[in-house]
Design a binder for this molecule. Structure first.
Ligand code: CP
Length: 314
């Protein structure tokens, strides 16, 4: 088994480059397996994984569930909307009760930044952060970078620009950390109101002009505007039409480039806002490859964490 130093997967922060490489090496093996007629392996047989989703999800939730089932784990799914959280039960009590039913691993999405770290301080079983508010979404960054390595080989020196609502995005922070760990050059691009000042301290370039950023990058990772997290009395930009005019990825913008970037989007997409339909459906957009790779990468993460059950934390 590839060397993996993590007891939990709470964020890309704290991971070593060798941990990321272990996930990729393991995911390559699982990708071969899930493309065979018999897609299941017994690796997590007799283990039970709880998927705790306190916030909506399509891709992450389904791909964790598929990953667990393809590894032969028993799976329980929890959705906050139909749970006793509605009756005032705390996060720690909810999870302790689920663990009392002999659960071996927890995958959790939660709207509050730091929720996965908080839980890790309260319980012993491995926790996988499936997105905590505006903080981190480590498996999304791992699957994005895995998809890029399939296309580009090593990411050393490759130029990746992340476009959009950087301020409210957990995908942006995890991607910056993962890309930097793998030696890529990283830029963020969006309206000045949607790029927090501290991003420069992460060692990334900041650009406010989309056409300049597009001409610079080998890869364009386009993020949606997270209107549900904005809640500001004063809006961050004048209107969605204005946003699309300045930061929408259109065919016209791509046609003006000498060299076209690989296009990523973590989903969900808002077609006609941050990305036009004609672009999202182009051959140089790898959006569905990202989704496909999500299952193999999540299988790898669960498998590597399970391999450390009963072992000591480094
Ligand atoms: N990319 C992503 O996290 O999508 P979901 O919110 O649908 O899980």
């Amino acid at each position: 088994m590839a060397e993996f130093s993590q007891h939990h997967l709470l964020g890309i922060r704290g991971m070593k480059r060798s941990d990321v490489e272990a996930v990729f090496e393991t995911a390559r093996g699982f990708k071969d397996i899930i493309n065979r007629p018999i897609r299941k392996v017994p690796s997590l047989r007799d283990l039970t994984v709880a998927n705790l989703f306190f916030e909506n999800s399509t891709r992450t939730r389904l791909s964790f569930e598929l990953a667990e089932k393809r590894l032969s784990a028993d799976v329980v799914n929890f959705s906050a909307a139909s749970s006793s959280v509605k009756k005032g039960e705390t996060l720690a009590d909810t999870v302790r009760n689920i663990l009392a039913m002999k659960v071996d691993m927890v995958v959790m999405r939660h709207p509050h930044p730091g929720a996965a770290h908080y839980l890790a301080s309260k319980i012993d079983v491995p926790i996988v952060n499936a997105g905590d508010g505006t903080h981190e979404h480590p498996t999304q960054a791992l699957l994005d970078c895995f998809t890029l390595t399939e296309r580009l080989g090593s990411l050393e020196g490759k130029k990746v620009c992340i476009f959009g609502d950087i301020r409210h995005s957990r995908v942006a922070l995890s991607n910056v950390r993962c890309l930097k760990l793998l030696g890529a050059e990283v830029m963020v691009c969006g309206p000045v109101t949607l790029i927090p000042k501290h991003f420069e301290s992460l060692g990334v370039k900041v650009e406010y002009d989309m056409d300049v950023a597009l001409a610079w990058c080998d890869v364009a990772n386009v993020l949606r505007i997270q209107l549900e997290r904005q809640g500001a009395e004063v809006p961050f930009f004048p209107s969605l039409e204005e946003y699309h005019r300045r930061y929408g990825l259109t065919e016209e913008r791509l046609d003006a480039l000498e060299s076209k970037p690989i296009i990523l989007h973590p989903g969900p997409m808002n077609r006609g806002v941050e990305i036009d339909s004609a672009v999202a459906d182009r051959d140089d957009a790898v959006i569905l490859e990202q989704v496909e790779n999500g299952v193999a990468v999540r299988m790898a993460v669960l498998y590597l964490l399970a391999g450390r059950l009963g072992g000591s934390e480094d």
